[in-house]
Design a protein around this ligand. Sequence first.
Ligand code: AMP
Length: 111
Amino acid sequence: MSEQTIFHKIIAGEIPCEMVYETDEVLGFNDIHPKAPTHVLFVAKREEDFVPSIMDLTDETAHVPCKLIHAAQEFAKEKGIDGYKLTFHCGAKGGQEVFYLHLHFMSQQEL
Ligand code: AMP
């Protein structure tokens, strides 16, 4: 089994988070060190969708980033946010610190 990251623990409810979006498949929660007035992280909840990084995607998990992007788009629509940045940090040399695939959603608009 792969190593448990802090995001595994957030999804399992073992560590608290400020949840702002949830479906059966995706969780969105506020980044603990926000770099914009709205800074949300989107992660896939299902075990079969776990992938450490964009750099580890396979044919079986290639759909996961699309789920996260779609969740971010739905979240923005729900909240009336009409401009934002979406970022994946890819690998340690790309600035990735948590090896549980996540999408950064950043907007200058506040929730
Ligand atoms: P990355 O550099 O792409 O791996 O980003 C990891 C992000 O997770 C950083 O922006 C951190 O501030 C954020 N982070 C780390 N621990 C937590 C936590 N417990 N709750 C919310 N965000 C966190």
